[in-house]
Write a protein of this length. Structure first.
Lengths: 172, 475
């Protein structure tokens, strides 16, 4: 349990923050996820990663759904929230102070960000990611393919300012 | 074959079953284009893994300063060498590859694979080799990330992050770390108020450490001096019982510009007893302590009777308009229990000899300062702090007035010396026009004098980093 906690706490927090757009709520969701893990004895599950991310994702989406309902009743609150809170990924970016590549990742559509995190932070297979995100492995493949392609394009555009040799080669 | 196929990506990431893999492998063998596509995908994958791991490492750094429980995340990354050394190299490699492709596409001419390979054998002519995966991990990069020695910029000229990085149409490309211009010296008579929001982010230090450990100097705009200073903890006393912060100010001569004064302002948030903090398990691991105040803004009022001009070191991205200080609708950063925030000002006395970096201001011809523009107070400045309690929307004010007792840097506290060393290190890395007479050697000396107990070894790590940077600067 302790090992799982150490291994997945922060990835899960980031994962949930990306969905809820709010660190506090994400923290609640992650805590709940671990409580469920303990209660269900699911830690003997051969694939704890898939289980954890699935439960965490459901929890985060539930929070969003509930939030939407309460917000709907209170228009002023929506306006205040929209004004002071950036998009979830922007918020994440500020808080995580990510490197330049992760900042580009943060500009991808949410679904693509999600699969990229699961694939490259948590080393999950297409099949596992498909289970977590309730889609097919094929679709995960398309999402990752599209995301990587976009990332490469954006690096190509933005990487210019990063490398001192660029002007020299334009002369050759 | 169609290289824009998600199957190819799946192949590169080893996600295909036996039969599919065999089929794709055959097609790839016949297509150099597909082969390159796979290499790029794999390099991208490696970079992403490295970035995610580095981010977790950063989280670990942040957590380690505040919570011992989470200091043990190291089992996530089994090979720290790869992340610290190979990552910058891998980034350089990927950018090199993409730059070649970008040129080939946008430059209107095509570089063939054998030309690229040829270029890799002549790095001095075209340091744009596309290193293979193995090379990216094991060899020093042929591409240095640091800028070439740039021509001395004219005073006031905008300097691009890479030194001299004009693109062909003469525009600067400043997108990566967010370009910013350093705060200038401001005359206290016209601008008695200096306002900014607190910054407790420390990412810049982790980023530049990874660059230097990887064998290259960081891009200038990655160097945020306030984040470097705030990476370290300082020995500030706790606040009074009824206040959320202690405000601590000390002043001594400025070590890189002896005729100037250096002012250090340090805030320390109240500590919360352990049981309160441990209220939820996720929070412990996350290491984010309980927020004790939000929308924390600092405003420093300088006394123009004593202060000619001043400069806030760093915090370029955190500056607020003076009106924002009292405007509760303008939000700012929060401060957690036990958090510290440190800011440095370089101050020129009203009749003091200013360095060449302080622009002279001609006396005004038509406006005469009113009689009361200069008070008789012996105070150099007042620090004002506005904050909201976590559950409140109304701000409260704390103030602290300070008199300069004329202390010399040699007699300053260890913490003061260390903070000054970190600031000057940042200015040297930025090749700032405000770096004064400081050198890497001087930074080492001040940091050594300011090392003090250093129970967590962070300051020793800083000394090590300065030594490496000094060696890199020498070339």
């Amino acid at each position: 349990m302790q090992i799982l906690l150490r291994r997945f706490e922060i990835p899960l927090l980031q994962f949930a923050t990306r969905i809820t757009g709010d660190r506090e709520r994400a923290r609640d969701v992650v805590q709940e996820t671990f409580v469920k893990l303990q209660n269900n004895g699911a830690f003997q599950n051969p694939e704890p990663a898939t289980w954890l991310f699935t439960v965490c994702r459901n929890g985060a989406l539930n929070v969003c759904r509930k939030e939407k309902r309460t917000q709907y009743l209170d228009e002023e609150l929506i306006e205040a929230r929209e004004a002071e809170q950036p998009m979830p990924f922007e918020r994440l970016e500020q808080q995580e102070a990510a490197g330049f590549l992760l900042r580009i990742v943060a500009t991808l559509p949410p679904r693509q960000q999600e699969v990229i995190q699961l694939k490259f932070q948590n080393d999950l297979s297409y099949q596992q990611i498909a289970e977590i995100t309730k889609t097919t492995a094929n679709n995960v493949g398309v999402l990752i393919h599209t995301a990587l392609k976009t990332l490469r394009q954006r690096i190509r555009q933005r990487g210019k300012g990063f490398c001192s040799f660029y002007p020299r080669t334009s002369e050759t | 074959m169609n290289i824009d196929d998600s199957k190819l990506t799946a192949y590169a990431l080893d996600e295909l079953d036996e039969a599919e893999r065999a089929a794709i492998a055959q097609e790839v063998a016949a297509s150099p284009e597909a082969h390159r596509e796979i290499q790029e995908t794999q390099m991208m994958a490696r970079l992403l893994r490295a970035e995610f791991a580095a981010e977790l490492e950063h989280r670990q750094d942040v957590d380690a300063t505040s919570k011992p429980l989470s200091a043990n995340l190291s089992d996530i990354h089994d090979d720290p060498w790869f992340w610290s050394i190979a990552r910058p190299l891998a980034i350089a490699a990927v950018i090199a590859v993409f730059a070649v492709i970008g040129l080939a596409i946008f430059g209107g001419y095509k570089l063939h694979q054998n030309e690229i390979a040829q270029a890799s054998r002549h790095p001095t002519n075209l340091p744009l080799a596309a290193p293979s995966d193995a090379e990216a991990e094991t060899t020093r990069p042929m591409i240095a990330l640091q800028p070439p020695a740039a021509a001395q910029p004219e005073f006031g000229e905008e300097v691009s992050p890479g030194g001299d990085l004009r693109t062909q149409n003469g525009k600067f490309d400043t997108s990566d770390y967010g370009h910013f211009i350093e705060n200038p010296f401001l005359p206290a008579l016209d601008n008695p108020l200096s306002t900014f929001s607190v910054d407790v982010d420390t990412a810049s230090y982790s980023i530049l450490r990874r660059f230097i450990n990887g064998g290259s100097l960081p891009p200038k705009d990655a160097v945020r001096i306030e984040e470097m200073i705030n990476y370290f903890t300082y020995d500030y006393p706790p606040p009074k019982a009824d206040e959320p912060f202690s405000i601590n100010v000390d002043i001594a001569s400025c070590p890189w510009e002896k005729t100037h004064r250096l002012v250090r302002i340090g805030l320390k948030g109240r500590e919360i007893p352990d049981p309160v903090v441990k209220k939820d398990v996720a929070q412990q691991i996350d290491g984010t302590p309980v927020t004790i105040a939000k929308d924390v803004k600092i405003q420093v009022e300088f006394n123009p009777a004593l202060v000619g001009s001043y400069r806030l070191i760093g915090y370029e991205k955190r500056r607020l308009r003076k009106e924002d200080f009292n405007n509760d609708k303008v939000d700012a950063d929060e401060i957690g229990a036990g958090h510290m925030v440190t800011a440095l000002y370089e101050v020129v006395a009203v009749d003091g000899a200013a360095s060449p970096s302080v622009p002279p201001v001609d006396p005004l011809k038509y406006s005469v300062p009113p009689e009361n523009a200069r008070s008789n107070s012996s105070e150099m400045l007042t620090v004002k702090l506005r904050y909201k309690k976590p559950e409140s929307d109304k701000s409260e004010l704390l103030e602290r007035a300070v008199v300069d007792d004329g202390k010399q840097f040699a007699n300053a506290s260890a913490d003061f010396k260390f903070a000054a060393a970190v600031a000057e290190f940042g200015m040297l890395l930025r090749d700032s026009e405000f770096k004064g007479s400081g050198t890497m050697g001087a930074v080492l000396q001040w940091a050594q004098e300011g090392k003090s107990a250093d129970t967590n070894g962070y300051r020793a790590g800083f000394l090590e980093l300065v030594r490496k940077a000094e060696a890199l600067k020498r070339g």
